[in-house]
Design a protein around this ligand. Structure first.
Ligand code: NAD
Ligand code: UDP
Length: 284
């Protein structure tokens, strides 16, 4: 009986967004075999019912055809948030939709996690590093991403998704996990994946088999929360920042006109007037 209670404690209600996709369906297999209640939410943009059809009819399994850009109200303990087109031809097919899925969609899933006090794991990507200038890339590396290039819808979408996870963690105490996934291969990956054969073939990538990824995701999700570390208020303030304004000069004939000291004096005057005004209105 004791054993049974422990089992029940371990069994969770788990949502997998994008669960009909390549990685998601392998994760679903693993979670179902472990005895959890699994709900897959997918709009079948790149995923296929076939990837999870072997679970259809199982009492612990539910498949919902839903686009996460729209709010979703269900009761769960954990959310593996994988819904997003992942390979370049897919995410470039409709860049605006890719952005919406990663921003509005992630916002909805974090809102859900907040309401149910659940834990959310975001499937992020090595693409948050862009075309990295250091090798290998540690988590501390902030990346080298072109914000308006053809990959930006995905790279920046995931970067915002990560930012949102940590903002919800900080503001609402939501438990979040972020996995920056590098290239993964295995059964059910898309035939026209487009991530292995491209260009002149000079680029290098690191590949992992999908079961290793699933292992890592489950471990990351279930690892205890790390201690809260208090950091200085101005965390991440850039050490040096100086724009190269050559293009603005050449194409727009633009360059800054107001000298620093003059600007500071104008600013002081503005704040001085503001303070005087607010004192004045307090008195009246
Ligand atoms: P995939 O395309 O096979 O799976 C993505 C799933 O999300 C699909 O089933 C698709 O239909 C679904 N989806 C997309 N937009 C949706 C929306 N708006 N609402 C609901 N469902 C939606 O891709 P994958 O390779 O399994 O990738 C899964 C996740 O892992 C993605 O978030 C991806 O960014 C990330 N990732 C994968 C790799 C990799 O090598 N496979 C690498 C880095 C990151
Ligand atoms: N949301 C959702 N499911 C829920 C709870 C919230 O899809 O169970 C959505 C909600 O519609 C909102 C988003 O998640 O668009 C963010 O929710 P949050 O509570 O953070 O913000 P608010 O609702 O105040 O905008």
């Amino acid at each position: 009986m004791k054993h049974r209670v422990n089992m029940l404690e371990r069994e969770k209600r788990i949502l997998v967004t994008g669960g009909a996709g390549f990685v998601g369906s392998h994760l679903v297999d693993r979670l179902m075999i472990e005895g959890h209640e699994v709900t897959v939410v997918d709009n079948f943009f790149t995923g296929r019912k076939r990837n999870v059809e072997h679970w259809i009819g199982h009492e612990n399994f539910e498949l919902i055809n839903h686009d996460i850009v729209n709010p979703l109200f269900i009761e769960v303990d954990q959310i593996y948030h994988l819904a997003s087109p992942a390979s370049p031809p897919n995410y470039m097919y409709n860049p605006v939709k890719t952005i919406k899925t990663n921003t509005i969609g992630t916002n909805n899933m974090l809102g859900l996690a907040k309401r149910v006090r659940g834990r959310l794991l975001l499937a992020s990507t090595s693409e948050v590093y862009g075309d990295p200038e250091i090798h290998p890339q540690p988590e501390e590396y902030w990346g080298h991403v072109n914000p308006i290039g053809p990959r930006a819808c995905y790279d920046e979408g995931k970067r915002v998704a990560e930012t949102m996870c940590y903002a919800y963690a900080k503001q609402d105490g939501i438990q979040v996990r972020v996995a920056r996934i590098f290239n993964t291969f295995g059964p059910r990956m898309h035939m026209n994946d487009g991530r292995v054969v491209y260009g002149e073939g000079q680029q290098t990538r690191s590949f992992q088999y999908v079961s290793d990824l699933v292992d890592g995701l489950v471990k990351l999700m279930n690892r205890g929360t790390s201690k809260i570390v208090k950091k200085p208020a101005m965390q991440d303030d850039p050490k040096k920042r100086k724009p190269d304004i050559t293009k603005a000069k050449n194409y727009l004939n633009w360059s800054p006109q107001v000298p620093m000291l003059e600007g500071i004096n104008r600013t002081i005057e503005y704040f001085f007037n503001e303070l005087r005004r607010s004192k004045h209105s307090e008195r009246n």
